[in-house]
Design a protein around this ligand. Sequence first.
Ligand code: PEP
Ligand code: MG
Length: 595
Amino acid sequence: MTGSEKNNLPQDTFLIGLGVSPGVAIGAAFLFNRLRQTVIEKSVPPSRTPREVERFHAALAESRAQLEDVKQRICSKELREHLYIIDTHLLILEDEMLIKGTLDLIRGENLNAEGALKRVLGQFREFFDTIEDEYLRERRSDIDTVGERLMRNLLGERQRSLSEVGRQAVVVAHQLSPADTMQMDKSKVIGFVTDVGGRTSHTAILARSLDIPAVVGLENISGIVQSGTPMIIDGTSGTVVLNPSEETFREYLKKKQAFEYLERELLAYRDLPAETLDGFCMTLRGNVELDQEVPLVLSNGASGVGLFRTEFLFLNRTQPPTEEEQFEVYRAMAEKLAPESVTIRTLDVGGDKFVPEINLADEANPALGLRAVRFSLKERRLFREQLRAILRASAYGKIRIMFPMISGVNEIRTCKQMLDEAKDELRHEGQSFDADIPAGIMIETPSAALIADLLAREVDFFSIGTNDLIQYCLAVDRGNEHVAYLYEPLHPAILRALKMICDAGHNAGISVSMCGEMAAEPLYSLILLGIGFRELSMNAPYVPRVKRIIRQVRRSDGERILAEVLQLSTGQEVSRYIEEEMTRRFPDIFGQPVI
Ligand code: PEP
Ligand code: MG
């Protein structure tokens, strides 16, 4: 299995990134996209001008042909409602200002084609930025998309779509949006790797729910890999091997088999309760992004859904889903999960959850901006529709409603007021719903953690979103590979915050769950028991792993260990302590890597 002749990479080129979804994948690379090359504007001798004009025309023709091709494919998939976007893009390719503007610069200023196009696109951008009308201003993104396509064609880069993926491919990309990830066909994509991203970026979370091994934060893998390069990825350790030698190939094949064997073994825990040796019962629920994941929740023995991230309903479409569409999804989910419950989280867009179809303003700090419940409280029509859809579905099964990123009491009061208004409306319309639907909040901002006792008086339950809580408490962007080393779930500040929130909730008599990625890490299960959690929610494939640990420990040991680690001063010290403790208890799981 050598490909070094083809891509000039030495055999056994090892790269280390962040393993964000476990498992081993062995296959050939499918290069999806690279970081866009910097376009250099330069003068060309007048004799070369006709050649640049010709290149520009060729790029225009190629772009047109590609769009026509996409259009054909969309037709055949009966996604006709999306056709108008392609038509808009085709129209832009005929735009007088774009074509004449670029040709004038090539001919008049002897610029290279890329340089001329770059300048014209810049002028377009400036022009659109001055437009007051929001709808027209939005059209800028269409020009950017078309401009990017033209530029890639000029630079000779091939445009790819994830639908082109052949069999057994490892997708290699600079970046994948959640929308790209959603389009992956699991029967073809066996893994993916990206230059950017962190453990809790949404693309990583999606990889885990799809159960596809993934490594992110590799910095420049998209710059060195060609499509077809043989590669191995180990999503557990974060290792990537390009052009593996025969020996490395055999070693990872063994790892892959051992991993898959363990996965099958773990399913034996599926139907057993998550009960500790001293008789304490935990409830383990599943996190889902797509309603299609419900079978995965059931087959992994989760007790219902503890977090349904509804923003994924809003992806890959031109209009937000209607109340009716949402109602159908929520209702089907509640029915399929009965008698267990589903906790539906209202829309959480913004931050790294960019939904192109929802026009979010350009913000200097999106993670601190109009995100999650802040967005819902601004776009009240959308919010109201979602609340109505959830309420209506609550007549068909057990539903809990959850508001994300609450940072103060006023916010939750407003949300509950809107919920009451939606209930009144439905009552007037004679529609049925669960009048006592539990309403809870995500605790994921430092302010919410600090006033957890005050918030606990207002709601029926808490669910701790550690992905954001860690990001905001430690001031570490959850998706930035350069500061990933600071993203420490066992940082003393986080442990103290978790204890505080848990105690505040329990003192007020409400339930406290954790639905961030920290809940899914078996290494932390004992300490979470010690903190006092009675409920955890995680991507379904992790439920058996966590259950296995819980069934082999005592809660009282967790409390003792928590008391010990709360004396330590750094996240590394806590981490070392926990790793040693867990390796001593479970040498087969946390000891040597499985080969
Ligand atoms: C979290 O922040 O931990 C969480 C569960 O929400 P999300 O990852 O969707 O932001
Ligand atoms: Mg969050």
